[in-house]
Design a protein around this ligand. Structure first.
Ligand SMILES: Nc1ncnc2c1ncn2[C@@H]1O[C@H](COP(=O)(O)OP(=O)(O)O)[C@@H](O)[C@H]1O
Ligand SMILES: [Mg+2]
Length: 282
């Protein structure tokens, strides 16, 4: 677990509400966690508030959303007080986000190479010619075999796995200290998923940074992350080292573990998750 000097992000008692026509939706309630130089997973079923949590850190909520917290501290930045201009300087540079479909994060009317070069020029103030060389090197660094060809492709022409590697190559240039990855491999085939995960893993270790990895796949998070935050109905029910998941105490976590199919202990049918209204009490 991270010690204090290694803490990159601290969130204390964060809640997010959305006013809707039928009343107020409480998407996230009193969530607290911190992230150091480690891989932290957020796991929970659809609608449990994982994406809302990630977006609230980036301050990318719709304007009507109500975000409250006792503390949201990213390095030397108080995220509760930062101006929109300050947030513009933080997003993408100091906190980067990878989403499920890279097509939404890449600019559709610019080639892959132009986009990466633009990031290189912005961060390293080099000539366009040098930026091209650096871009080709970055594409090679994320195991793209034919960088010259990929340089001239538009986002709609690249596969999902290649798109995620392009997003990661931009992070190599921007050098953020926190990456929020929201289901970054959920749309990928198993073999491609493994490649993207190992490149992401190398990036986190090589740069000694923090990763918040949002997923609904407990098996994946268990093998990939150092710690796991388990969310249920907008709340954090348990935070536990991935290696200790077998000793998880909360009945919801136990239910998730029991619901996982196992090759070693095949069963005719999987357990149905039992829910207890008491989990919703604070
Ligand atoms: N813009 C929004 N307006 C209203 N409700 C929202 C909005 N975004 C998310 N929600 C609600 O917040 C809850 C949590 O959603 P979300 O964070 O996307 O869950 P997850 O990522 O775990 O699937 C859900 O009930 C969802 O319907
Ligand atoms: Mg989500």
């Amino acid at each position: 677990m991270a010690n204090a000097s290694d803490t990159i992000l601290t969130v204390e008692n964060m809640s997010v509400e959305f006013p809707t026509l039928s009343g107020i939706t409480s998407a996230v309630r009193n969530v607290s966690f911190s992230i150091g130089r480690e891989k932290v997973g957020i796991i929970g079923e659809s609608g449990s508030g994982k994406s809302t949590t990630g977006r609230a850190i980036m301050r990318l909520q719709p304007p009507k959303a109500i975000v409250k917290a006792d503390r949201m501290q990213f390095e030397d930045v108080d995220l509760l007080k930062a101006s929109e201009d300050e947030m513009l300087a933080i997003r993408g540079r100091r906190i980067a986000m990878i989403l499920q479909d890279p097509k939404y994060s890449l600019n559709p009317v610019m080639t892959v190479g132009e986009q990466i070069s633009e990031t290189v020029i912005l961060h390293e103030r080099v000539s366009p010619r040098e930026a091209r060389e650096r871009t080709l090197a970055m594409l090679g660094r994320v195991n793209i075999r034919d960088p010259e060809r990929v340089f001239d492709l538009y986002p709609h022409e690249v596969s999902g796995g290649m798109g995620q590697r392009i997003m990661i190559s931009m992070m190599l240039i921007a050098s953020p200290s926190l990456i929020i990855a929201d289901e970054p491999t959920s749309a990928l085939d198993v073999t491609v998923r493994q490649q993207v995960l190992s490149i992401l893993d190398e990036l986190v270790i090589e740069r000694n940074i923090g990763l918040l990895f949002i997923s609904h796949d407990l098996n994946l998070v268990r093998s990939f992350c150092d710690r796991v935050i388990i969310m249920y109905a907008g709340r954090v029910v348990e935070t536990i080292a991935a290696a200790d998941l077998d000793q998880a105490k909360h009945p919801y976590t136990r239910g998730l573990l029991n619901a996982l199919p196992s090759l070693n202990h095949p069963r005719d049918r999987l357990d149905v998750l039992q829910r207890d209204p008491a989990w919703l009490e604070n």
